[in-house]
Ligand binder design. Sequence first.
Ligand code: SF4
Length: 323
Amino acid sequence: MLRLRNIRYVSLPKIWNIFRLHAFYRKAKRSNLGSIVPPPNFASYEPTNICNLACEMCPSGKGLLKRPRGTADMDLYRKFITENCKTLTNIMLHFQGEPLMCQQLGEMIAFARENRIHTMFSTNGQLLAQSIDLIRDARPDHIIVSLDGLTDETYTKYRVGGKVQNVFDGLEKLSQLPTKERPYIELQFLVFSHNEHEIPELQKLKKKYRIDKITLKSAQIYDESQIDFLPENQEYSRYNISNGKVKLKKKAENHCKRLIFGTVVCFDGRVVPCCFDKDAEHEFGNISNQSLAEIRNSEKFRNFVKQVFTQRNGIEICNNCTE
Ligand code: SF4
């Protein structure tokens, strides 16, 4: 739902672009890719793919990413925002890595806001307390704070190398910000077998830290060796398990809204389909030498869209995706 304070991000060209995206999406579902691919309505832009934790199941934290490590170049980022601000409604300053490890995060948020784009980022919360001045000054609109356990014992089963108290300290600092300066705070709890019993306790944090929303999220696993992480309560699992094999509960349909309405830019400018392409294996182009419009109308992009809308199960990343 649109919050009143976000009304400043709405404009006629953005509304018109959303209509165009819906029209393109409907046509693509009928295998008609004849028209121009409209610009995306939202983007994820990676401030850095460096992280301070070694979370289970995270290729970045586990040191398994095949692409180089680095942080966003501000000139490239400014070029991207300037070229796309008329149609972009929302920018998510996260992909792989921990955004608060990026020195320029505050600048990135402020520049997007100046250009009337709603800003958000997702953090593991370890550096939140010490970043409170950055948050107060840059004024992100929305922060997702991950808290996947309420004690060090449950928290560190997944967030390897972290301390749960650091997240609580960060939430405390955020709660002390005056209402006008405080971003919308969403607490995200990945539900695992080792923390599902903490869900009732979690609700008490809402009032304590003035949290706007608590999201219980199902975890993504990559192979059968990680089955033990899945919770017993089926409500919080995206998989069915049969004879030791995991299968997504949701049937993968041959279409994808995220691919059409959004885009993902790696720190070095490479454009990829979505946040499931952690290693940029489906790179469509680079914003350092092409416009996003050129990239989204390239043969590479169109062929990828065609495959997702006709035979999605032929693309590995799409097979473990609930979109
Ligand atoms: S993995 Fe495939 S289906 Fe899922 S969001 Fe990405 S492109 Fe779409």
